[in-house]
Ligand binder design. Sequence first.
Ligand code: ATP
Length: 458
Amino acid sequence: EQSRLDKVIALARHRGFVFQAGEIYGGSRSAWDYGPLGTELKENIRRQWWQTFVRGRGDMVGLDSSIVLPKRVWEASGHVATFADKVVESTITHKRYRADHLWEAFVAKRGREPESWDEVPDPDTGQRGNWTEPRSFSGLVKTYLGVVDDESGLYFLRPETAQGIFVNFSNVLTASRRKPPFGVGQVGKAFRNEITPGNFIFRTREFEQMEIEYFTPPAEANEWFEHWVEACWNWFIDLGIDPENMKRFDVPEDDRAHYSAGTIDVEYRFGFPGKEWGELMGVANRTDYDLKSHSEASGQSLTFFDQASGEKYTPYVIEPSFGLTRAMMAFLVDAYREEEVPNAKGGTDTRTVLKLDPRLAPVKVAVLPLSRNERLSPLAREVADTLRSAGWNIDFDDAGAIGRRYRRQDEIGTPYCVTVDFDSLDDNAVTVRDRDTMGQERIGLDALHGYLAERLRG
Ligand code: ATP
């Protein structure tokens, strides 16, 4: 029996949300490609995030900084020295694993800490492991630029978008005439040399982040920390995630990143085999660690001078850090349903439906002529084109039985299907079917745009 998670992954691959990167060459677990529907879904999540946290607020601005930054940025940030994971290697299979992941899996399964590494089983064989001592392994992805083949051409791909914001602190402050509290939002690719990428798009070596660095007077940091935990939580709930599937986790000091004085992770019930919950996003109090480190290393002051009080200080930073691709996985898992619905023969069928919020749905409306017919097609195509000009992603499908076409749209989460039939030619009206209720309404063509706009909310 396939798990729910397996079914979601199968659907996502089959319907073109996500493809394996380099599939025709055997594929890779490090990265995934986003297909026609995945691109739309990811873009919609990004847009909602930007609207809520950047455009929608008076205390936020946006930035788009480089993936490759001077090497000194990563030395000053502490990443060169400390962005590393402990790795253990099986002396039998020679496979490597992240030590904390194996350790946590043991604790999750057995409800206690292992006495020693001897007790921790090898995931490959299920037998007691034969492990090497845990040793450090850098999580930075390296690249070489320029006409050099030595260390001077060595650069790192950013493992977080955050540092691009810190090194631009003074630029943004001056150019946008801001003063703390204010924040900078950024969306972009990040790269980590993960030892064990896996669980579909949950953990990849190349992924996308949506990050906020919120600069506050030190005395206000705790208050803003609470504010941001709440705001992030609410963003997921507003976009339809079931609160039962989310929880907060106060990360203990030992497990926090080197820069953090406090971290709350929002976890989601992904339902991984052997581990139900996984980190969805995190909010960290980075204090003045980053700005101070960059000030010292660059010799450039990264402080704020408050003219009102005559005080100069280094702001504290509250960082809500979202994984865009990881959020997409959570939205897919949460939206997936299998429902028993009555069929024409008086029995029931199972329909698969993605109950995505209309704002996230990759296809907003599917236009379906009742049958492939030379009288219906021109009107149906005209309806589709008119709706496209409203900025919506519209599907047009005239192949096969109408019931089967509805099911295909349910499966990808299309909120509305518009059916053009022979009556439409006379009454200038169409039938609109609602994905969730499966109810149908007759709507005049002149009222169609308004009807949909009200329900699609953007
Ligand atoms: P983990 O302990 O699971 O490796 P982390 O605590 O190192 O994660 P952060 O550094 O807090 O992760 O990164 C912020 C967010 O970026 C995460 O909450 C997640 O949504 C996303 N993220 C981090 N690493 C990956 C990855 N390898 N693949 C996909 N998304 C990731």
